[in-house]
Design a protein around this ligand. Structure first.
Ligand code: CAO
Length: 434
């Protein structure tokens, strides 16, 4: 017979005088199997970063915090299901020594509310050492304190290291191998020229404002992409006259459904369909950049502008979803992003990104590839323009599009063909169901 499951709440332990400490990394997700001492989350006060390790082995049932949450001692962060009663659970129920009371204990075990386990945190980094994060800000880096210390000492970026341990956990050998590979790699032709440091106050009053954590992290990732990806951007204009007429005709139905249908949902759908036809744009370069990892799924991210900075939630299986559903998911994920409710899963697994500045304006821009993806589509503002149809100029609704891609993975013909086909799909959306 299967042994009964015991659920235990994990709380933030005594963290000294620190208050409202920020959750900067989620190391696990619901459903994960955790071992004793596996890190659950990483928190960061003004003074230090700390791992909150699991005191028990078991299955993570609920993670009750999200990135950016502020926590205090005693706050419940997770619930873990264990096969055996945990010490905390036992402690909560002192076992009686008389035979008559033993039965009561069994009943209490079966019906009790979850026990609470308090565990020590593990200090990690001083505040001036950034904890690495992934390009989309999910911060899911699996590494223990000793490995992090080693990486810090060697100046290795954990985010760039592929873990060979269970569930991708980074072990010391991974750090050493990474450093060795870096040391033996051919030196760059020239170091980057520094930007001059200027005291602007000499020319007039100035004010310095800090970047948010998200902006700083995003900047670092954009810089990495800018330096690593061989960018090419291709511009075109899609004739979306029919699409727009169709979209507007659905306004009333949208109100009834409670879904706002913007051009973005159609663009995302068309991109996903097109990615099926151009699998090399639905790919990532492998670690040594000598092979392409073609993905058999079509998850598309879209850039959301929030007060804290840019985030890129990902919609799964866009090719298999209808436009109404996509519009609803875009609205839901954008709201979650702006209210900082996104879960780590919402930010992972993207194959391609769409960045729409349509509601702001602009006839075109050069989006930066969200590496390690190889393609990104920038969407400008719709405009009505006179278009020559061979006999006369006609007013047409045109949508400016800009496709940036990594020229190491995609050649110009592929990029150009992708754009031409995308124009055809948006020009006649009946093709989306073909
Ligand atoms: N041309 C003209 N109008 C457009 C348009 C376009 N290409 N795209 C959207 N619009 C209109 C919508 O139809 C809507 O109009 P109404 O209010 O009259 O109905 C309005 O603009 C607002 O749309 P929205 O922004 O609420 O919805 P969306 O689906 O177009 O976009 C989201 C959602 C989350 C992508 C957007 O809000 C956002 O954050 N965009 C910024 C992305 C960004 O920062 N990219 C740059 C990254 S690189 O630094």
């Amino acid at each position: 017979m299967a042994s009964p499951e015991h659920e235990t709440d994990i709380v933030i332990p005594d963290i000294g005088e620190a208050e409202d400490v920020e959750v900067i990394e989620l190391c696990v997700a619901p459903g994960d199997t955790v071992e004793v001492d596996d890190p659950l989350i990483v928190i960061e006060s003004d003074k230090a970063s700390m791992e909150v390790p699991s005191p028990f082995a078991g299955t993570l049932r609920h993670l009750k915090v999200v990135l950016g949450d502020e926590v205090n001692a005693g706050d419940v962060i997770a619930t873990i299901a264990t096969d055996a009663p945990t010490p905390a659970a036992d402690a909560a129920e002192p076992v009686e020594d008389s035979a008559g009371q033993a039965e009561e204990v069994e009943v209490a075990r079966a019906t009790r509310t979850p026990a609470v386990a308090e565990i020590p945190t593990r200090p990690m980094t001083p505040p001036d050492v950034a904890v690495p994060h992934t390009p989309t800000g999910t911060g899911r880096v699996y590494a223990g304190p000793a490995v992090r210390r080693l990486a810090r000492e060697l100046g290795a970026d954990l985010e760039a290291i592929r873990g060979s341990g269970p569930r991708g956990r980074i072990v010391k050998d991974d750090v050493k191998a990474f450093v060795k590979a870096t040391m033996t790699a051919p030196a760059p032709a020239a170091s980057l020229p520094a930007v001059p440091v200027i005291d602007f106050a000499r020319f007039g009053p100035v004010e310095e404002v800090p970047l948010t954590r998200l902006q700083a992290r995003g900047g670092k990732n954009l810089y990495g992409s800018w330096l690593n990806v061989v960018h090419v951007t291709q511009h075109d204009e899609a004739d979306v006259t029919e699409l727009e007429a169709f979209r507007k005709s659905l306004a009333r139905e949208g109100e009834e459904r409670g879904v706002k249908l913007t051009p973005l949902a159609f663009v995302m759908k068309a991109c996903a369909e097109n990615l099926r036809a151009f699998p090399r744009l639905n790919a990532s370069l492998n670690a040594s950049a000598d092979g392409l990892i073609l993905k058999q799924y079509h998850h598309v991210g879209f850039a959301v502008d929030t007060e804290e900075g840019l985030v890129v939630p990902v919609i799964r299986d866009v090719d298999r979803k209808g436009v109404w559903q996509l519009a609803a998911e875009i609205a839901e994920l954008s709201a979650s992003a702006r209210e900082r409710r996104l879960k780590p899963d919402d930010l992972q697994g993207g194959c391609f990104t769409v960045s729409s500045l349509g509601r702001i304006g602009g006839t075109g821009f050069t989006p930066i590839v969200n590496a390690p993806e190889v393609g990104i589509l920038g969407v400008g503002r719709l405009a009505t323009k006179p278009v020559w149809d061979g006999l006369e100029f006609r007013p047409r609704a045109v949508l400016p599009l800009a496709l940036s891609y990594d020229h190491r993975a995609i050649n110009g013909v592929e990029g150009g063909s992708f754009m031409v086909e995308l124009m055809r799909l948006l020009g006649d959306i009946r093709r989306l169901v073909m």
